[in-house]
Write a new protein. Structure first.
Length: 367
């Protein structure tokens, strides 16, 4: 994977990424530039409009997606970001990159590499060593849906994810009990966000942080305002103890969430929690399981809409679905022209549930 990276030195002598050009809207950035670890994402780095300093460095990088070694870099000294200099984007005297007005097509390219910014990027994998994300780093990255990063974030600039209205998935590399920057990230992301935690042994937790809203009402002539918060997502985002995720605190939101949240939200929350049961005690497990059994319609829709046979078998093995539920699921799969799914669901019905009497048996003609 080829990248053209604009960067500068941090006070510690590491690299601060300022702007990037690449070949894909799903970039996976290298850990180093010219032997220096990338530890910071600069202000406006992935924003629709860049703000480069008057002087910065530029390196061409060839990074292999799955290798652990340092990427190859073409040595390049410090450069002036002047108009037309070696293909560099034009800059104004104040260091702001000059760009054409946004269009619905691909962004401007530099040396056949697309500018990795704004509406172009859809998924970004940051280096594991990132500790700081700057102000407005992803401003107006409206199509960014997923972000993957390490556990070391300790500083998050203001409005780093402003107008990232598609961002709904966060993959965080962290081991159980490890401090992370998740609390900081969640504080700036108020919409539905699915967080997956993956360590040395793979995915060990998956949590849904529901959307919440804030509003302020004037409650006195002296311009005193009362704060209103709607949605259990706010309380879910407080489930930390010294920057370590507190699963017991997270589980406490579910009873009230059952009053305030939709079936779709509650079904996702409960299903993720029981399937990736990190530090899940018996009492909340029972609540989650009871909810899923009582809302089998959600599971049937989820299985057929996503065409997810792994989920179907998991729900059968956990007895979240009855024989009648699986039959209804197979029927819905047939109606959706998912013949493979209908056949597999009939097989699961025979595998996990007792045989019916001859006059009650189903056949493919029923579907």
């Amino acid at each position: 994977m080829n990248y053209k990276l604009y960067w500068e030195l941090t006070n510690e002598g590491d690299a601060r990424l300022l702007r990037a050009f690449g070949e894909t809207p799903e970039p996976r950035f290298p850990a180093e530039i010219e032997g220096r670890a990338i530890t910071e994402i600069g202000d406006y780095c992935f924003a629709a409009q860049a703000h480069l300093p008057a002087e910065c460095r530029c390196s061409y990088v060839q990074a292999e997606p799955e290798t652990d070694g340092a990427p190859e870099t073409a040595p390049d000294g410090e450069m002036q970001a002047e108009p037309g200099a070696d293909g560099a984007p034009e800059t104004a005297p104040d260091g702001e990159m000059q760009a054409e007005p946004e269009t619905d097509g691909a962004p401007e390219t530099d040396d056949a590499l697309a500018e990795l910014a704004g509406a172009y990027i859809t998924r970004v994998t940051l280096p594991e060593g990132i500790k700081k994300i700057g102000n407005f780093a992803f401003y107006n990255a409206t199509e960014l849906a997923e972000l993957e990063l390490g556990s070391g974030i300790d500083t998050l600039g203001s409005d780093a994810f402003m107008n990232c209205r598609s961002l709904s998935r966060l993959l965080l590399h962290a081991d159980p009990g490890q401090k992370t920057g998740l609390r900081l990230l969640l504080a700036q992301l108020s919409s539905d966000l699915e967080v997956t935690l993956s360590g040395e042994n793979g995915v060990w937790a998956k949590l849904l942080f529901p959307e919440y809203y804030e509003s302020y009402d004037e409650i006195a002539p002296a311009h005193i305002f009362g704060r209103n918060i709607v949605g259990e997502g706010f309380r879910a985002r407080q489930s930390f103890r010294e920057d370590v995720l507190d699963f017991a605190q997270y589980d406490k939101i579910f009873p009230q969430a059952c009053v305030d949240e939709s079936e779709a939200t509650l079904g996702r929350l409960a299903l993720d929690r029981v399937r990736y049961a990190a530090e899940l005690s018996e009492a909340p497990r029972g609540l989650y399981e009871e909810y899923l059994k009582a809302h089998s319609g959600y599971l049937i829709r989820r299985i057929t809409d996503d065409r997810d046979l792994e989920l179907a078998e998991d729900c059968c093995s956990r007895k979240f679905l009855t024989r009648e539920d699986v039959a209804a699921c197979a029927m819905r799969a047939g109606e959706a022209d998912w013949a493979e799914g209908a056949a597999a669901l009939l097989h699961l019905m025979q595998q996990y549930f007792a045989e019916k009497t001859p006059d009650e048996c189903y056949s493919f003609d029923d579907f």
